[in-house]
Design a protein around this ligand. Structure first.
Ligand SMILES: [Zn+2]
Length: 301
């Protein structure tokens, strides 16, 4: 997916630890790839930072244009969410449910824009208006201003590009399509492998073990508990979630899972209290995996 830009897509993260007010390099090339990555720092390193120095105007401009550039791919993600948000067994959606007008990248507006309306009959199509754009904007701002240092950043960008639409599908029809979770996992493992060439290969091994282990655990709950366990879609998403968190270490993996389960418990209790759900209600878990992983990797803890 188009989110897989080179590290240059996230300028402004050039030197988070040594906060020299250096002018931006020509062409805004990010030296992420030339720097030894420091897994383990990102989730906690920011806490050690004192007040940030003033950001040079050129860097600020580049950051803003990077956010806008990332936002420009939101129609692609809206199309993925619209296409796969269909019940299991049905073919992917290729047009408006009401009038059948085809929806695609050749004529993206307004169906793939924030208004989410069919260009012919004006019926609502796909994820609710503004949701994809808000999610992409939030992810872009967080990546540009608080993205983790180190070579795992391209893997995280790739993963978000596939997982945001997957989670929107999960919210709509309670399933995580293989066509989104499996490319997310394959690209994440591959890009972490590339990052490991510049870092300790042990990080990649740990990431792979964490991804495979978490997926096996989720899949085993499906076999043992049936519908009360996790879905197989969650297990396939866990392949990449475990790898991303595991890259940064076992404590980060544990923290990410705790955040995901904690958020899920909070939301479940809130829905129960508001009588919007019953004990037997099955909540999609994909959104909590997305939030738990992103919060753990992007926000200072
Ligand atoms: Zn229509």
């Amino acid at each position: 997916m188009a989110l897989t830009g080179p590290p240059a897509a996230v300028p402004g993260r050039e030197n988070p630890p040594d906060r020299r007010p250096a002018p931006p390099p020509a062409g805004e090339a990010t030296p992420e790839g030339n720097r030894p990555s420091r897994p383990g720092r990102s989730a906690h390193g920011a806490t050690a930072e004192p007040a940030r120095p003033a950001v040079p105007p050129a860097v600020a401009r580049t950051r803003v244009s990077t956010v806008l550039a990332i936002l420009a791919i939101s129609p692609l993600m809206r199309m993925a969410a619209l296409r796969y948000a269909v019940p299991p067994g049905l073919p992917s959606r290729t047009g408006c449910d009401a009038c059948g007008a085809p929806i695609g990248l050749t004529r993206p507006w307004p169906a793939l824009g924030p208004a989410a309306r069919c260009g012919r009959c004006r019926a609502r199509v796909g994820p609710p208006p503004g949701t994809v754009e808000l999610a992409v904007l939030a992810a872009a701002v967080l990546l540009v201003f608080a993205g983790p240092s180190g070579g795992a950043l391209p893997a995280l960008i790739w993963w978000l590009g596939w997982t945001i639409p997957a989670v929107l599908v999960d919210l709509a029809v309670h399933r995580l399509p293989d066509r989104l979770t499996l490319p997310a996992a394959a690209g994440t493992w591959l890009l972490l492998g590339v990052a490991a060439l510049d870092a300790d290969p042990g990080h990649w091994l740990r990431a792979v073990i964490a991804g495979a282990g978490l997926a096996l655990f989720f899949a085993s709950t499906t076999l043992l508990l049936g519908r009360r366990g996790f879905g197989l879609g969650d297990a396939k998403l866990a392949l990449s979630v475990g790898a991303l968190l595991g890259w940064y270490g076992w404590p980060v993996l544990l923290l990410g899972l705790l955040v995901a389960f904690g958020l899920s418990a909070l939301v479940s209790l809130g829905l129960l209290a508001a009588r919007r759900a019953r004990w037997s209600t099955h909540l999609p878990f994909g959104p909590f995996l997305l939030l738990g992983t992103t919060a753990t990797l992007l926000l200072p803890t």
